[in-house]
Write a protein that binds this ligand. Structure first.
Ligand code: WTA
Length: 635
């Protein structure tokens, strides 16, 4: 028997060593014993980071939805698979059993087929957190269509860029969405986006808010009547191990968003195995991850990882502040949640409301608390541990990325002693390395460097959709024969890792990765703007917030700065989404530049962070005088 469920620290070390000494043998055993295959693999792993090319379980055939649903029907048919908690607490929660999920996914899959979607076609899913989102993801996987879920908080421009980049044939959306006390006109956003997406032939619309929307004839159809008429049986498409399962976009430091491509077998094996161990999931537990399925956390740890394990996964439509800031605690109490997985930004926002709000609720069902998306600061860690976990539920600070597909560094609760702000130990099979500026690996403990991974793991992204060269340059060129994460990290005296943050121009705002370049492009679209530079600065709830330095064109007229700020943020909202709005905008007569014309972001970052003790050498700048001006007027 393989060690599928690790239960103490010695066992972790023993299994970890095995997974590193003989990765192929280790993963083969896991794959062999815990999944449903139509055909087993010919070869467990082949890899070459210089190309880069990685293949896991080559030759195997499977369908991930048979693993997520069909194989549970005999033993867990009436168990809740997805527990849907609506935005409005007065609306009843829905317990979607595995039997029910099977029917709904098959019907949806038949609808997709009837609309001309074939294996390998891309389908864009732009839906709020309603059951149709999880069902449509699985329906795509059922027929081998590649889903590309776009977070429903992105603007129409961001949506159309993503639709066109992967050439989606169809868009799935809803008549609108609820977000706390607000409603959002999702269909209107889709209509706008599709003005520049000639490849989209069909739009299927789920009903959620019963709003009166415009349906474009010949293109748009209501989903429900199609589902009503569809058969409950849909044979699962047999997929090869390395067939793409989905595309998910993530921001890069430059250029357009990167469509990370995840494939089928390795992703399934790794997300299932990590889910089981990192959350110590036991049959009959109720697990809740508060992420949106529009992000990787939702893909791997609301949908695939939990369902492959036959778990009950809570899906929450709303926001932590509605109808009040006790909502999360109310849901934990109501559904007796055992594992709760959220982001530091949510913890900080809730901590601000005081511990009294938490004490009103019975949280005694909790066994494991998770954190993901950005470094968790010490204060938030303790607040979470003391007030939510009552010092009884270990915190798993899980470090990973859209690109890694699954959790990479994390404690195993009840085995690994936790340490505030530390993601602690590499997960089974993960071989991290810290690199110095010269490109050498830092050996031993108590070192600080750039975080790389030196051996493939099953759920790593295989490429960037349509741009393998960019995949190679972004992740495999900084250090020879290693995957570069873009993060800095340190390793303490016992080998625990602490992630110190991004070392590139990606800024994590409220847990969302934002590249500075696309935001600058948006700002520069304003007719009065000559140039701009965006940096991050610390924010007590969002973790980081955005600071924009903007120079205006010299038109001779004087402009009202407050109006300009509003207009600039409006453009950002339209081209990316409200999450990318700037918190501070400083107008300046120039930006500090090197003699070759490069903006010195390092200096701008320090000024925005009010860390001007040591700005470094500014004498080599083309325009050193501007630094003083910027410092004098800092916001
Ligand atoms: C950051 C989210 C510190 C990191 C799963 C990474 C973290 C980026 C942690 C990926 C953590 C994620 N501690 N930093 N526990 N988890 N990050 O692609 O900078 O949305 O590179 O994936 O978030 O964000 P992404």
């Amino acid at each position: 028997m393989s060690n599928y469920h690790i239960k103490h620290l010695e066992e972790y070390y023993q299994v970890y060593r095995k997974s590193v000494r003989n990765p192929e043998g280790f993963w083969e055993e896991i794959a062999e014993e815990h999944f449903l295959w139509r055909k087993k693999w010919d070869n467990v792993l082949s890899w070459d980071f210089s190309k880069p090319e990685v293949k896991w379980f080559e030759g195997a055939q499977l369908n991930i939805t048979e693993n997520c649903i069909d194989r549970h029907l005999a033993t867990r048919g009436e168990k809740t698979a997805i527990l849907f908690e609506p935005n409005d607490p007065k609306e009843a929660a829905q317990h979607i059993t595995y039997n029910e999920l099977h029917k709904r996914v098959n019907k949806f899959a038949n609808v997709l087929k009837a609309q001309g979607i074939n294996k390998g076609d891309r389908v864009c899913i732009y839906l709020p957190m309603i059951p149709e989102l999880a069902v449509s993801v699985l329906a795509c996987a059922r027929i081998g269509a590649i889903h590309s879920v776009v977070f429903a908080g992105f603007s129409s421009t961001a949506l159309s860029t993503r639709i066109n980049d992967s050439d989606c044939k169809m868009v799935l959306t809803s008549d609108g969405s609820y977000r706390g006390a607000k409603t959002i006109d999702l269909k209107g956003i889709v209509d706008e986006a599709l003005e520049s997406c000639p490849g989209v032939k069909n739009v299927l619309v789920a009903k959620r808010i019963n709003s009166d929307i415009n349906m474009v004839s010949g293109r748009d159809q209501w989903l429900q009547p199609l589902l009503d008429n569809a058969s409950e049986h849909c044979e699962a498409e047999i997929m090869n191990a390395e067939d793409p399962l989905f595309i998910l976009y993530t921001s890069g430091s430059t250029g357009k968003p990167k469509g990370m491509v995840h494939t089928t077998a390795g992703y399934m094996v790794y997300t299932a195995y990590t889910f089981k161990n990192v959350f110590q999931y036991r049959e009959n537990d109720v697990y809740w991850c508060t992420a949106d399925i529009g992000w990787i956390t939702g893909h791997s740890y609301i949908v695939y990882g939990p369902l492959v394990n036959g778990a009950t996964s809570v899906m929450f439509e709303g926001v932590p502040s509605y109808p009040d800031f006790g909502r999360f605690w109310d849901i934990i109490q109501k559904h007796k949640v055992n594992q709760f997985y959220t982001a530091p930004t949510a913890i900080r926002a809730l901590a601000k409301q005081g511990a009294e709000l938490v004490e009103k609720y019975d949280l005694s069902s909790l066994k494991v608390l998770g954190s993901v998306g950005e470094p968790i600061n010490e204060e938030a860690w303790h607040w979470y541990n003391d007030n939510v976990g009552k010092r009884n539920s270990p915190i798993v600070d899980t470090w990973w990325q859209t690109e890694t597909g699954g959790i990479m560094i994390s404690p195993i609760p009840y085995s690994t002693p936790t340490k505030p702000t530390y993601a602690t130990l590499p997960f089974i099979g993960i071989q991290p390395a810290l690199m110095d500026e010269n490109g050498d690996e830092l050996k031993g403990n108590q070192v600080d460097g750039r975080l790389c991974i030196k051996f493939p793991w099953p759920s790593m992204a295989r490429t960037i959709w349509g741009n393998h060269q960019r995949y190679k340059e972004t992740y495999f060129s900084a250090y020879e024969n290693k995957y570069f994460t873009g993060d800095g990290a340190l390793r303490d005296e016992v080998g625990y890792y602490r992630i110190t943050g991004r070392v590139d121009d990606v800024i994590i705002v409220s847990g969302h990765n934002l590249g500075t370049a696309p935001i600058e492009d948006a700002v520069n679209e304003h007719p009065a703007v000559a140039e701009s530079a965006i940096v991050g600065f610390p924010h007590d709830v969002k973790g980081s917030a955005l600071y924009g330095y903007v120079t205006l064109k010299d038109t001779g007229e004087s402009r009202n700065h407050d109006n300009l700020r509003k207009e600039i943020n409006q453009i950002i909202t339209e081209s990316i989404g409200p999450i990318a709005k700037l918190d501070k905008i400083q107008f300046t007569s120039g930006l500090p530049k090197t003699r070759s014309g490069k903006i010195m972001r390092r200096i701008l970052r320090k000024i925005a962070q009010k860390d001007t003790g040591n700005l470094g050498d500014t004498s080599t700048l083309l325009n050193p005088e501007v630094v003083q001006e910027i410092m004098d007027n800092v916001l």
